[in-house]
Design a protein around this ligand. Structure first.
Ligand SMILES: Cc1cc2nc3c(=O)[nH]c(=O)nc-3n(C[C@H](O)[C@H](O)[C@H](O)COP(=O)(O)OP(=O)(O)OC[C@H]3O[C@@H](n4cnc5c(N)ncnc54)[C@H](O)[C@@H]3O)c2cc1C
Length: 419
């Protein structure tokens, strides 16, 4: 695995390179400063968008190299927003250049009605990018609708390249267009349509708490390679009297058997996961992964694990894998006893393993009082902390741990939410 510092730098450096390369290629000479700036902004935004496209690919080798899928998606989002702002500034800088000569000329530079298809396509591309990015921030809309809105970004990129072709810039736009189609097609065929995923079948489905079902998946071909604590992206299809929603969603592996069978605990958090509560034996599924390294490479020092709700699954997977090698405290927070998945199993495991101390709390509907639940500062020193659960809980715990003097280097986390 890459060192954490190298991990953190790989994506920003990649984005820097993808932004700088077209700017360097198109660096204007002997043009007025604002016109040069306008051209540079256009190419920089274009390069940043291509970096963002690369980061949407869901490939295990790529995610391993770039520090994990969560980091890739985080930067995919950031790069998309930065590219949009830079591309929006591109026509404004060109218009500002024309303004001293004549306001009418400046308006003509901007107007989608004055300059034919080149400018029209440019604005259409910006509108679609804005539309797709607005959807990115709307985390409340169902995933199936969100996916289609987000796809507007891909069309925006292609139209943006159409804008350059209309301006008569064939080099390097035609190779860039081919690259954009390749990246978008790759994502669609291998990830969304599931070509990269392996076939599995549901062997059993057991309700383990209110609104949580544990699904066992048996491989029908070569099983995926996975470690405890990693997550997979799974789509359930129609079969055996069940109508699958067919979309790929991330779920953490809760156990891995020697024959490649995996189990996942699925909590009803939205349309698809609610429907999955009634899944039947024999339903076909496709599994892609595994991704993530949340619990990989743990040192032998004492550990503090904090789980919120279904975020307990990576810890369950590790504990099911065998006894611990370091003293570990697991603080498990859930709303009520009835929706505490795996609680009885964890209690049994803790009774059998003297290195595991389990503290389970029903916190009700309000955010938990972390000040009273977390160990005191002196109990936390030299501990490696792992936090997994909903983003708001993870953020609150990280803040509370930092306030107790734990440096971010010793806090590892997995948010059960990314798009
Ligand atoms: C790394 C990771 C591991 C996860 N492991 C588990 C697990 O072991 N068990 C479990 O029950 N849940 C897990 N989740 C959450 C699970 O993926 C979502 O509950 C599921 O995708 C909801 O889909 P939906 O269509 O039913 O709900 P929606 O109505 O679309 O959304 C409900 C909630 O789920 C989030 N969500 C929806 N789609 C996705 C997606 N593709 N990726 C991420 N979040 C999404 C939404 O932002 C929203 O907060 C994990 C998420 C991540 C990122």
């Amino acid at each position: 695995m890459l060192s954490p510092a190298r991990n953190r730098l790989t994506i920003p450096l990649l984005l820097l390179a993808s932004t700088a390369a077209p700017v360097f290629w198109a660096l204007p000479e002997d043009l007025p400063p604002l016109r040069s700036l306008g051209i540079i902004l256009g190419w920089a935004g274009c390069g940043m968008l291509f970096g963002s496209l690369l980061l949407m690919l869901r490939e295990t080798w790529l995610s391993h190299w770039l520090g994990g899928l969560a980091a890739m998606y985080r930067w995919h989002h950031r790069a998309g927003v930065i590219a949009y702002v830079v591309l929006l500034a591109h026509p404004l800088a060109l218009a500002a250049d024309a303004l001293p000569a004549s306001p009418a000329l400046a308006w003509q530079t901007l107007s989608p009605f004055a300059n034919g298809w080149a400018v029209r396509l440019g604005w259409l591309s910006l509108l679609l990018l804005m539309f797709g990015l607005a959807a990115t921030f709307a985390s409340r809309i169902p995933y199936r609708i969100w996916r289609w809105l987000h796809a507007a970004l891909g069309i925006g990129v292609v139209l943006g390249l159409g804008h350059l072709l209309q301006l008569g810039i064939d080099e390097p736009v035609l190779p860039l267009l081919a690259l954009a189609v390749l990246l978008l097609g790759w994502r669609f065929i291998r990830d969304d349509a599931g070509l990269a995923a392996r076939p599995y079948i549901v062997r059993s489905a057991t309700p383990i708490a209110d609104g949580v079902v544990e699904i066992s998946l048996r491989p029908l071909a070569q099983p995926i390679a996975a470690d405890a604590g990693q997550f997979v992206v799974v789509a359930f299809h129609s079969g055996a009297g069940f109508r699958g929603c067919g979309q790929f969603h991330p779920f953490t592996i809760s156990s891995i058997a020697g024959d490649g069978e995996i189990r996942i605990g699925v909590k009803a958090l939205g349309d698809c996961t609610r429907h999955l509560q009634s899944i039947a034996t024999g339903v076909p599924a496709r599994v892609h992964g595994a991704f993530g390294h949340f619990l990989a490479g743990r040192p032998t020092t004492a550990q503090l694990w904090l789980a919120g709700g279904i975020g307990v699954t990576p810890f369950v997977a590790l504990l099911r894998g065998g006894p611990l090698h370091q003293p570990t405290t697991l603080i498990y927070l859930y709303r009520s006893e009835t929706d505490a998945a795996y609680l009885h199993e964890l209690q049994t495991l803790a009774a059998a393993d003297r290195l595991l101390s389990l503290q389970a709390y029903a916190t009700g509907e309000e955010p938990p009082e972390l000040a009273s639940l977390l160990p005191a500062s002196h109990d936390l020193s030299n501990r490696e902390c792992h936090v997994c659960g909903p983003p708001a809980m993870v953020a609150a715990v990280r803040k509370a741990l930092c306030q107790r003097g734990i440096t971010t280097r010793h806090i590892h986390f997995e948010n059960f939410d990314f798009r």
